[in-house]
Design a protein around this ligand. Structure first.
Ligand code: IPE
Ligand code: IPE
Ligand code: MG
Length: 255
């Protein structure tokens, strides 16, 4: 507890990232280390989701995007896919009242048509119940992959062009951004990946163009508030230059 207090004191409240995205990896290895089933790792991972969502909200983060199930994860053994789907549906149902109480608004990103009907129903109920919330925006990526999203954006734009609603010559970065499922949401400031792998695994490829990347070996079920604060402190120690020089960043009047 004292450790958390000390880290909180070091955190600059004026430079809290507006948007944190997390690739929650390592549930399977967490279970294997304990000679338990992979599903136990996923169940334990849900506790981390609840903890990190609550803490993000307390810290005043506006957007938290969680990669919960990728398009590629459909290729896992059917029993594991079934367990994950059941867990996702059930967790949303169980947590919705708490999310409402904490003013958290749920958004779903991904190819939801592929999800089992009862899971889709729990998700839609959660989205509806939290639609009025104005605190943390919780973006859950389910059956999501960035290439799926970009392909879909290409179709949306092509259809508009074919219908004469947009001139191909006028297609801009904004046109693409608007056609993504994240359309009006600002890009992530910080992308965290737990579990030790240093890859992006088809997550938010367009949106993380200028995000700060943070990789930690800590497995997702072990990712506690203290580990989260380490990531936020590391983020605050970085200089985001967006192509400019360090001198320009320190003194914006230099042109
Ligand atoms: C992340 O943990 C959860 C999902 C991808 C759904 P993993 O299940 O990938 O855990 P590891 O990588 O096997 O340890
Ligand atoms: C990435 O984790 C997807 C999610 C966290 C949902 P994976 O464990 O599926 O990633 P890879 O396949 O090892 O890259
Ligand atoms: Mg993994």
């Amino acid at each position: 507890m004292e450790e958390i207090e000390n880290k909180l004191k070091m955190l600059d409240p004026t430079r809290i990232p507006a948007h944190v995205a997390i690739i929650m990896d390592g549930n399977g290895r967490w279970a294997r280390q304990r000679a338990r089933e992979r599903s136990d790792g996923h169940a334990e991972g849900v506790n981390s989701v609840n903890r990190i969502t609550r803490f993000s909200s307390d810290l005043g983060i506006k957007y938290l995007t969680l990669y919960a199930f990728s398009t590629e994860n459909w290729n896992r053994p059917q029993a594991e896919v079934d367990t994950l789907m059941h867990l996702i549906g059930w967790t949303i149902q169980r947590e919705t009242p708490d999310l409402v109480a904490n003013n958290v608004k749920i958004h779903i990103l991904g190819e939801t048509d592929r999800l089992p009907a009862e899971v889709r129903k729990s998700l839609l109920d959660g989205v509806e119940a939290t639609a009025h919330c104005t605190g943390l925006n919780l973006l859950l990526c389910l059956s999501y992959s960035s290439r799926w999203e970009l392909t879909r954006a290409a179709k949306i734009i092509a259809e508009k062009a074919a219908a004469g609603e947009i001139n191909p010559a006028d297609i801009s970065e904004e046109t693409v951004t608007e056609a993504l499922s994240t359309n009006s949401i600002p890009d992530p400031d910080l992308l965290i990946r737990t579990g030790g792998e240093q890859r992006i695994s088809n997550f938010l490829l367009w949106q993380i163009a200028y995000s700060e990347l943070y990789f930690t070996p800590i497995l997702w079920p072990d990712f506690d508030n203290s580990a989260y604060l380490d990531a936020l402190l590391e983020y605050q120690s970085r200089e985001r230059r967006f192509g400019k020089t360090s001198d320009q960043v320190k003194n914006p009047s230099i042109i």
